[in-house]
Design a protein around this ligand. Structure first.
Ligand SMILES: NC(=O)c1ccc[n+]([C@@H]2O[C@H](COP(=O)([O-])OP(=O)(O)OC[C@H]3O[C@@H](n4cnc5c(N)ncnc54)[C@H](OP(=O)(O)O)[C@@H]3O)[C@@H](O)[C@H]2O)c1
Length: 271
């Protein structure tokens, strides 16, 4: 249900693993047909009578899960269980289905799924957060393993913090990399030249741990170098002045050097 990026990535991965997708439900017939063609099955909308299934997978945006659960409960679908694939949304949102004796859970791939094809490939080797009571918990763990992923249990209460962590891991580095891309370009250096550096940093973050992997002038307490960097950014690329200073502030706090860098950052604020 929801033939978008996550739904069809999962659908394609499940079909590859030998599972049968008995139908794809879209908001419109056209989107359902497009999704159904990817997994060789039939297309439906919520107005149709839906086929019986062992598991309903609700892969719409988070804000739509509740209304879909309510609509489905009114239709009394023949399903053994229902999951959503959101990393944030609590299981309470599926209460309308639980109240008609359908076991409910969530199945959140900790992976970026940009298109059905790329997403299906990326699910192999990914981790999947699974929230459910047994026996559905075991079914979902097996489903993750079937697509080549590693399941881990996630408490419903921990979802907001877990989702914040996922955003920090997936999104925040891209803010720093966007800044680096712009500053390298201004310095006449091709972005590709940064690839070995960035790949080594990511590898080190897992081999050594993110804090132990930190090198550079903030980690060394080299305030003069950081002051020179801040001046260069201000002159050559002022749009990143505030962003660069914020990253220095976070790194200084991380390394216990906030006091050392206070005067450098205050000088920056005074400009
Ligand atoms: N993409 C990722 O990287 C990723 C990774 C892990 C988890 N997730 C989770 O996956 C869920 C969906 O995200 P997404 O990125 O796949 O979003 P998406 O690409 O926008 O897909 C959502 C799909 O749901 C459809 N839809 C909306 N209302 C519907 C309805 N009433 N009945 C049937 N289908 C309906 C949308 O159709 P229309 O376009 O016609 O509205 C669209 O095809 C979210 O809970 C997200 O947290 C996503």
């Amino acid at each position: 249900m929801g033939p978008g990026r996550a739904g069809m990535s999962l659908g394609m991965a499940l079909v590859t693993a030998g599972h049968k997708v008995v139908g794809v439900v879209g908001r419109t017939t056209e989107s359902a047909q497009h999704g159904a063609a990817l997994v060789g099955t039939s297309a439906f909308t919520l107005d149709d009578r839906l086929p019986a299934s062992d598991l309903l997978v609700i892969a719409t945006r988070d804000s739509q899960i509740g209304s879909i659960a309510t609509t489905l409960a009114d239709k009394e679908p023949v399903a053994g269980a229902a999951v959503h694939v959101s990393g944030l949304t609590p299981l309470d949102v599926l209460e309308p289905l639980r109240s008609i004796d359908i076991a409910v859970g969530s199945f959140h791939p900790l992976q970026t799924l940009p298109t059905p094809e790329a997403g299906a490939a990326r699910l192999r080797g990914a981790y999947v957060a699974v929230t459910a009571e047994p026996p559905l918990l075991h079914v979902l763990q097996q489903l993750a393993e079937d697509i080549g992923a590693t399941p881990f249990p996630l408490d419903d209460d921990a979802k907001p913090l877990y989702h914040a962590a996922a955003a920090a891991a997936a999104n925040f580095p891209l803010a720093a990399l966007s800044m680096a891309e712009d500053l390298f370009a201004e310095a006449g250096v091709p972005w590709e030249a940064a690839r070995p550096l960035v790949e080594a940093v990511v590898a080190n973050a897992f081999d050594l741990g993110p804090r132990a992997a930190l090198t550079g002038p903030v980690a060394r307490g080299d305030t003069a170098t950081v002051a020179a960097q801040l001046r260069a950014v201000e002159v050559e690329y002022p749009a990143w002045r505030v962003g660069f200073a914020r990253f220095v502030e976070v790194l200084a706090a991380l390394t216990g050097r906030s006091e050392e860098f206070e005067s450098v950052l205050n000088a920056e604020d005074d400009r």
